[in-house]
Design a protein around this ligand. Structure first.
Ligand code: FSO
Ligand code: SF4
Length: 548
């Protein structure tokens, strides 16, 4: 197998025997076969656009299928075989529709005509395709590097677009670009410069996808407001919801109203508590349980109720808790109970029954809480105070310490960094990397909290809006703000967000804990020359450089 799409990749170079995430070579090969089929489907979807036809079902399917191939989402061979069947069925249906609509004989490429032999070993066919792709691309490592960057970036973008469409927010340009990029991976005629531009276009379109998701989240659940969230248990029956999907959480809350069950968030769902139409509408959305994804085997084993996982990051479940773990959406693990979502509605009855059968918490835990909900509206509502505090010299610098968490010990850098941030500086954070320091008491400056949780990884959109509004208020370019970005990456949403920041021209980003294995030395050189992108060093050295 060959996979190097995440930060956890074996020896920092690529997983070849078995995924460090737990992905088997069989699943990896089926994912490669699926992506190959999606490339052919995208060629047909692009032709449909040329002919003025819409392809909505194909667009949503493509996003979901890409989402399923991301790190820690779906580990089930059965799911990928189904996705491959669906990709071919969508493609042939679309071809027939186009034929019917135009009444002309359309010519298709070998890629758009490729159908795996479903009577033979699909895993071997996936491995052959993976090998052919690598051998063809190996002659130019920099273009190969950018092809992988684009592929991983559109996976992240597709996941945000998938969530946004669940909440009724879509943009044809995002779907069209998704097909354009997928179809382009097959091309051998594009230059290095073309691929750099394609990677930046991923950033542009991901910005739009995050904007759509922001509109979906805030339009459906209201603008987040600073909200205290208990980290302690409450006596009673309990359900835990993990992942990023507010829509699935909202649906579960609706179905558990008056059921005598408390609902807890886990991982990236902590910011859900900031949304008025979730927390205030459903008081049984009680608190947050556990920390970041890599601690889930310990956290899930102890939780005394069922657990629903809505997106990444799913780790291989331990048998001690797999019978109380339910997956929805693109998530999958062999043998887990998967709840289907026909017409975007999931029936959570099996989860509710399980919660009622299980003991729940026997008593209240020792009370602790954190505050979330510092999204763009909340922060910008006190923009006047923030600007005044900067002008008075009371706030010297802002740090955006955001991104993903992970198991590697070198991620302690981020905890130490935040601990060492001087008292006249403010830390904004987002995504699961915050669990390294989210419960630290950093106090405030003139009533402005020194640690503000902007939200999930997709709320990078909100953080960007905050930075742009401050730049506007100070009448400077965003790169001239007293703001430094210290980012941690793990999987492909982070790749998409990084490309968005580069597309926006953000300079001086510090990235860690290691650089992506799929970025070749020349591509990194180009990024460091054009954007001054650099690896993290030590908290002391980086802090000194930022505060210069
Ligand atoms: Fe984390 Fe996982 Fe949100 Fe990622 S839970 S690592 S970048 O899926 O998406 O931040
Ligand atoms: Fe390895 Fe990451 Fe790929 Fe999993 S997703 S196989 S850990 S590179």
């Amino acid at each position: 197998m060959f996979c190097e799409q995440c930060e956890q990749t074996a020896s920092g170079q690529g997983c070849h025997q078995w995924g460090a995430c737990g992905k088997s070579p069989e699943v990896n090969a089926l994912q490669d076969l699926l992506i190959y089929c999606l490339r052919g489907l995208s060629q047909v979807a692009l032709k449909a656009r040329e002919l003025g036809q819409t392809t909505h079902d194909v667009d949503v399917f493509t996003c979901e299928a890409l989402f399923a191939t991301m790190t820690n989402v779906n580990f089930s061979t059965k799911s990928f075989i189904e996705y491959i069947h669906q990709a071919i069925a969508h493609r042939e249906t679309l071809k027939a529709q186009l034929q019917h609509a135009t009444n002309i004989s359309l010519e298709w490429s070998d890629l758009a005509n490729f159908t795996p032999d479903f009577n033979e070993d699909l895993v071997q066919q996936g491995k052959d395709i993976e090998y052919a792709f690598i051998s063809k691309s190996a002659s130019n490592v920099d273009i190969f590097s950018l092809k992988l960057t684009v592929t991983y970036g559109i996976k992240g973008m597709a996941s945000y677009a998938f969530h946004a469409q669940e909440l009724g927010q879509e943009d044809e340009r995002v779907y069209a670009f998704c097909h354009e990029a997928l179809a382009a991976i097959h091309r051998q005629d594009l230059s290095l410069n073309d691929w750099v531009n394609m990677a930046l276009k991923v950033g542009e379109m991901n910005f739009r996808a995050m904007e759509l998701l922001d509109a979906g989240n805030t339009g459906t659940y209201g603008h987040p407001t600073p909200t205290p969230v208990p980290l302690s248990a409450k006596k009673g029956k309990a359900i835990l919801v993990s992942g990023h999907d507010l829509k699935q959480l909202g649906e579960l809350l609706k179905q558990t109203e008056n059921a005598g069950i408390f609902v807890y968030t886990h991982g990236e769902l902590l910011p859900a508590h900031g949304y008025p139409n979730l927390k205030q509408k459903y008081p049984h959305l009680y608190g947050h349980y556990g920390t970041a994804w890599q601690n889930q085997t310990k956290d899930f084993a102890k939780f005394p109720g069922p657990i629903v996982i809505t997106t990444n990051c799913l780790m291989p479940p331990h048998e001690s808790y797999s019978n109380k773990l339910f997956s929805v959406g693109p998530v999958g693990w062999p043998g887990l109970t998967h709840l289907p979502s026909p017409n975007l509605k999931t029936d959570f009855t099996p989860v509710i029954q399980k919660a009622l059968e299980m003991p729940g918490f026997a008593e209240d835990g020792e009370f602790r809480q954190v505050t979330t909900g510092f999204a763009r509206n909340a922060v910008l509502s006190v923009a006047g105070d923030v600007i005044e505090a900067v002008k008075q010299g009371n706030i010297r610098h802002f740090f955006l310490v955001g991104g993903c968490d992970g198991a590697k010990p070198d991620r302690n850098y981020y905890t130490e960094f935040v601990e060492k941030v001087p008292k006249d500086c403010v830390v904004l954070t987002l995504a699961c990397g915050k669990f390294r320091f989210f419960d630290k008491e950093l106090g405030d400056i003139d009533g402005i909290p020194r640690l503000m949780d902007v939200g999930q990884c997709n709320d990078a959109y909100s953080a960007i809006q905050i930075a742009l509004a401050l730049a506007n208020a100070f009448d400077v370019d965003v790169n001239k703000l007293p703001l430094s970005m210290i980012l941690s990456w793990y999987e492909q949403k982070a790749v998409a967000v990084l490309l968005t920041l580069l597309y926006l021209g953000i300079q001086d980003i510090r990235l860690g804990p290691t650089l992506p294995a799929f970025i070749s030395p020349n591509v990194f050189k180009l990024l460091s020359e054009n954007y001054n992108l650099k690896p993290i060093t030590t908290p002391d050295e980086d802090l000194a450089a930022c505060l210069g």
